[in-house]
Design a binder for this molecule. Sequence first.
Ligand code: ADP
Ligand code: MG
Length: 285
Amino acid sequence: MKDISTTEQLDNPTVVSGLMEITTDAPDAEPVLLSVRDVSHYYGNRIGCRNISLDLWPGEVLGIVGESGSGKSTLLNLLAGRFPPAAGTIHYRDGEGILHDVNKLPEAVRRRLLRTEWGFVYQNPRDGLRMRVSAGGNIGERLMACGSRHYGNIRGTALDWLSKVEIAGDRVDDHPTAYSGGMQQRLQIARNLVSSPRLIFMDEPTGGLDVSVQAKLLDLLRQLVRQFNLSVVLVTHDLVVARLLAHRLIVMRRGEVVEAGLSDQVLDDPHHAYTQLLVSSILQG
Ligand code: ADP
Ligand code: MG
């Protein structure tokens, strides 16, 4: 595929022909949002992940599943441009239809994407929140980064988002340290979603929570994904979470993809022995 620079437009015929190659499996005419080809990452001699290819279309939730250490977080961080892959390419189509090579982004463009078009929800809300800033400030900060300046509007939107994630408005001036784990995670989600990101990365978003709190958060995530037609790359070791949230799954083992397909297909009729083992251990567990 031709290398596509950050400035070329989609109406450039060369680029369009490049795109055709990576959208041949598209379920409809909608252009691919994220396209990953043969990416690998190593930690010294250890494999982080190897030869991974995937596509994500708008409105789609792609689950990355596999046991601990299988390379899920490494792949997610690669996709989010956190570090460059040792090999392979990652292309992202922005809101204006421009296709970017994620690893050749000028720093200013990368930062703009991070502020406006992407979200990242961490397992530990402390990694995604500013703990010394009020809940309203956590949401407002992201809005201001996207250009909002009017205090009243910002506060109004923050209150609106608190209610969307089921946090009472009278907690708006509390710091996240005064919140429970589940509330912190919901606040982190609100902070991410307030700017209407086009693509959200999530790493075990329900992972650190008590089971009953997990179930509630999962319900909320499902509802938000539907309501806002979110495009998500979701890492989880929990197949229940994967089934409930993801349209498609890739199953990783030792840094490689061993199986991929529609979530129900992969979970109800797993072909690879490792997926069968994963699924059966859930059934027994
Ligand atoms: P998962 O998210 O599926 O648990 P990771 O992507 O964190 O898996 O890890 C994949 C592999 O890379 C594992 O063997 C892990 O030990 C290794 N790894 C992850 N992070 C580092 C790091 N910072 N330094 C060295 N090895 C790492
Ligand atoms: Mg991980």
